[in-house]
Design a protein around this ligand. Sequence first.
Ligand SMILES: C[S@@+](CC[C@H](N)C(=O)[O-])C[C@H]1O[C@@H](n2cnc3c(N)ncnc32)[C@H](O)[C@@H]1O
Length: 211
Amino acid sequence: MDFLPTAINDYVEAHTRQESGVLQELERETYLKVLMPRMLSGHLQGQVLRMLSQMIQPERILEIGTFTGYSAICLADGLRPGGELHTIDINEELRPMVSSYFEKAGITEKVKYHTGNALDIIPTLDFAFDIVFIDADKENYSNYFDLVIDRIRAGSYIIADNVLWSGKVLDAKPDKDTAAIIAFNDKVQADPRVENVLLPVRDGLMVMRKV
Ligand SMILES: C[S@@+](CC[C@H](N)C(=O)[O-])C[C@H]1O[C@@H](n2cnc3c(N)ncnc32)[C@H](O)[C@@H]1O
């Protein structure tokens, strides 16, 4: 679902920093070769993530849901010198493609790329992350939040993608994934450990700051 009229979306993208050549190539190859290419963050959201990361200047980022690496490359741009980004994906078939784009983007040294189920891997990562980007299976959004919230410091951020779920969060009879997103949004809204703002960027970004 496109929330913005096409002409307005085009205007927004025309007045947003252009993607790097590597990101353009990655997007093209994802659309040519990978199933469900729309999962990739894309131009506007990628630049929003990059800008947020540059504002926060994180030492460590955790990304849950690498896919073809688009958002990881955007987020990594804000890392402090010596910082690192951990990214997790359950799909090992994409590993060669993703690794080649991390290399092209010059971020291989900064990235720890984990293959497996995020629910198993997150508990093994004993780091204080400054940004956690949740962008994997919708039914586990609340579990991912629970796994990280007590392990991040005050002032750290959690960003969750797709929290509007193509507008289905308004459905009277939500399906399973939609119900999980609705439960996640309500849980965040009620949790005194975070301050949150739902940015209606693309499919909705919930930005949370631990207080
Ligand atoms: C929406 S895509 C991520 C898009 C990427 N962050 C971007 O913006 O370009 C979701 C990814 O989560 C992965 N995924 C789904 N369930 C997972 C799980 N339990 N653990 C780790 N990764 C998972 C999928 O394989 C898929 O690549």
